[in-house]
Design a protein around this ligand. Structure first.
Ligand code: ADP
Length: 403
């Protein structure tokens, strides 16, 4: 018998991903995604505990229609919004500003604060709020818990969070480094400590979250002290479609010399840069395939790979200095969990100076769970630690409502 399940919702502007999670045994009695909400061809894909798949293709003009369709699928297996086993809805909320440092029970005041943060996350926070408000209409008695992507980074010291721009301007517009992917960085840094058989308070970890979006963090004794994403998720590492760090003057230059509008530059740096901008592909598997095929096209892919890896190496070096002592480097998310080539290239040649080194055989092995891929003698452990943001949100929301 479960002691309570949490429905985890990740609401985007035109999609909602959901997982019903039982934190006690980490099982997923149901999961799915609704796509193309408010567009033609909206559809829901649902997976049950035994792996059966069901698809609904019907008009879903708004989030309410989408969540009602999801609720109907859950109810068909006795797991609906009124089922006694459901204790909370856990919402991934992208921006919590400086205020939200913990998972938070949603009250009208909390909702107003999330709304006040919309200028800092104009695409994400409105969609997250719609998810919260819509879920509440389906069962007003069910606690709604917001888990913020920024929360884990609120411990970053002022020296790392401040941009060196006029303080008055920065404060007036809340400009500072907030960081994102926090739920993943928290989960992976703790899981990495467990993998080493140590308490998180004893270890310093560099976490490299390499998905389509990518970010690095430096975690000292369980507290985040530095992260690569900033005011928005654009800063830092080279990503699937985002540039990461560029000289800010690139923007003035494009405006003055190329006559591009702010929106066009925003689109360029967020959606047409990074790996896709460098070589036309943002999937690391495809990039590796092109490199293996060789030729001119392979060279373009190789350059993209090298720019991607070079940026990562710079961050590992910088975060080593920030932490003073590094116990482990943890790779996670789609690229980090699957690309042995990226992992090997990131730490190549560091064993003399900085310490991390991978064992080629351990690195190449395909396994599911967390694992160490450095040799026994390594001063700095290198680990692959699968991320699980939904589980983390469910655990936190469950603890809050049953606590
Ligand atoms: P997000 O959650 O940010 O959308 P993921 O963490 O799922 O992204 O990562 C997606 C990326 O992971 C893909 O774009 C691809 O580059 C990479 N990826 C997935 N599987 C593999 C694999 N087997 N080998 C190399 N890269 C992979």
């Amino acid at each position: 018998m479960t002691d309570g399940r949490v429905l985890v919702l990740n609401s985007g502007s035109s999609s909602v991903k959901y997982q019903l999670v039982d934190p006690a045994d980490r099982s997923r009695p149901a999961a799915g995604i609704v796509e193309r909400i408010g567009e033609r061809g909206s559809r829901l894909r649902h997976t049950t505990a035994d792996g059966a798949r069901r698809t609904r293709e019907e008009p879903m003009p708004d989030h309410r229609a989408a969540l009602k369709a999801m609720a109907a699928e859950l109810a068909a297996d006795g797991l609906g919004f009124d089922s006694p086993g459901l204790v909370a809805v856990g919402h991934r909320v992208v921006h919590g500003g400086r205020r939200f440092t913990e998972p938070t029970l949603v009250t009208p005041e909390v909702e107003a604060e999330i709304e006040r943060l919309v200028p800092l996350a104009p695409l994400h926070n409105p969609a997250n709020l719609t998810g919260i408000r819509t879920a509440r209409t389906l069962n007003p008695n069910l606690p709604q818990v917001a888990v913020f992507d920024t929360a884990f980074h609120t411990t970053i010291p002022e020296a790392a969070a401040r941009y060196a721009i006029d303080t008055g301007v920065a404060d007036a517009h809340r400009i500072r480094r907030y960081g994102f992917h926090g739920t993943s960085h928290a989960h992976v840094s703790r899981a990495c400590a467990r993998l080493l058989g140590r308490d998180p308070s004893e270890v310093n970890v560099i976490v490299l979250h390499l998905g389509n979006g990518a970010s690095a963090s430096a975690v000292a004794g369980g507290r985040c002290v530095e992260t690569s994403m900033g005011l928005t998720p654009l800063e830092g590492l080279v990503m699937g479609t985002r540039s990461g760090d560029v000289d800010p003057a690139v923007i003035f230059h494009l405006s003055r010399v190329a006559g591009m509008s702010v929106d066009a530059i925003d689109d360029l740096l967020n959606r047409r840069s990074g790996l896709i901008g460098l070589c036309g592909d943002n999937d690391m598997r495809e990039i590796r395939r092109r490199i293996d095929e060789g030729g001119e096209d392979g060279e373009r892919a190789r350059l993209a790979f090298e720019v991607y890896v070079h940026r990562l190496r710079k961050y590992v070096g910088a975060y080593t200095a920030v932490l003073g002592r590094v116990d482990a480097i943890a790779f996670t998310a789609g690229v980090g969990e699957n690309s042995a080539e990226v992992r090997a290239a990131v730490v190549a040649g560091m064993d003399e100076g900085l310490g991390p080194v991978v064992d080629p055989e351990r690195n190449a092995r395909r396994e599911d769970g967390p694992r160490i891929i450095s040799p026994e003698y390594a001063r700095v452990a290198v680990a692959v630690v699968p991320t699980d943001e939904e589980l983390e949100i469910a655990v936190q929301a469950h603890a809050l409502v049953t606590g």
